[in-house]
Design a protein around this ligand. Structure first.
Ligand code: IPE
Ligand code: IPE
Ligand code: MG
Length: 252
């Protein structure tokens, strides 16, 4: 009995009280583990992606509740184009369906949609749904949900470098004026603050070409939970971990 009481007390001490929970302004998520989630259940990988899309719906609502203003979701990487054609097709189909089905909810919940990546590589039907949903939600003021699609951090920096080079050649900018801010202003995320927190699900300890520039000073939380199992409680647990971090930004 005493031991139980002690265990309860010491567990409580470690957890951050919800009232003092630090909430990032911008949360970035590498939504990983859909395939493994499906495999564990003897299901095709696409079933994992489908349930993963449900997690997106839940997490957007949680962000709104918790006061997170920006949520960037890594949904499809530059490298994911190298997956089997059938999986790429299934993912594109799910994306189109997600955009179509979720638009009324995004409007109701005041969610603003944005997308980053080489969007011109997406199939036209997906691109059309995306443009439509972005336009319809442009004036919304609650959570900004940024979908990283056909996205690669290196590609993004290359695209910014090309734009700067073109401007320099045209005489619109001086090479000596190129600094951190100017480069940031030419990334896909120009008008978005850098993420404070990166969460990666399914235990992998790598960035996989995600927001290489913007994550310079983000805190990183890795959870073993697979993305389709990641819901409100898991998000709060990750925020509790974030709340205990001492962010020093190179200072003492
Ligand atoms: C993440 O889940 C979704 C995408 C990359 C599109 P995965 O499909 O990478 O799942 P695992 O890593 O194989 O379990
Ligand atoms: C990263 O996951 C990309 C997305 C979540 C969209 P991957 O599953 O593609 O990354 P790797 O291959 O494990 O590095
Ligand atoms: Mg993966």
């Amino acid at each position: 009995m005493l031991i139980l009481f002690w265990m309860k007390f010491s567990l409580k001490k470690k957890a951050v009280n919800l009232d003092t929970l630090k909430v990032p302004e911008h949360l970035a998520v590498i939504m990983d583990g859909n395939g493994r989630w499906a495999k564990k259940r003897g299901l095709p990988r696409v079933a994992g992606h489908r349930t993963g899309a449900d997690s997106v719906k839940h997490i957007v609502k949680s962000c709104d509740q918790l006061g997170i203003k920006y949520l960037t979701l890594y949904a499809f990487s530059s490298e994911n184009w190298n997956r089997p054609e059938s999986e790429v097709e299934a993912l594109m189909g799910l994306l189109e369906k997600f955009l179509k089905e979720r638009l009324p909810e995004m409007l109701e919940d005041n969610v603003r949609l944005k997308a980053i990546g080489r969007l011109d590589m997406l199939p036209k039907n997906v691109r059309d749904e995306l443009d439509h949903a972005i336009a319809k939600t442009a004036a919304n003021t609650a959570v900004t949900m940024i979908l990283a699609l056909s996205y690669g951090g290196r590609e993004e920096i290359v695209d910014a470098a090309k734009q700067l080079a073109l401007k320099a050649v045209a005489g619109d900018i001086k090479i000596e004026d190129i600094d951190n801010q100017m480069l940031s202003d030419h990334l896909y995320t120009a008008d978005i603050p850098d993420p404070d927190l990166l969460i990666r699900t399914s235990g992998e300890l790598r960035l996989s070409n995600f927001l290489l520039w913007q994550l310079s000073y983000a805190e990183i939380v890795i959870t073993d939970k697979l993305w389709p199992d990641f819901r409100h409680d898991q998000l709060v647990a990750s925020l509790q971990e974030f709340s205990l971090r001492d962010r020093r930004f190179g200072k003492v």
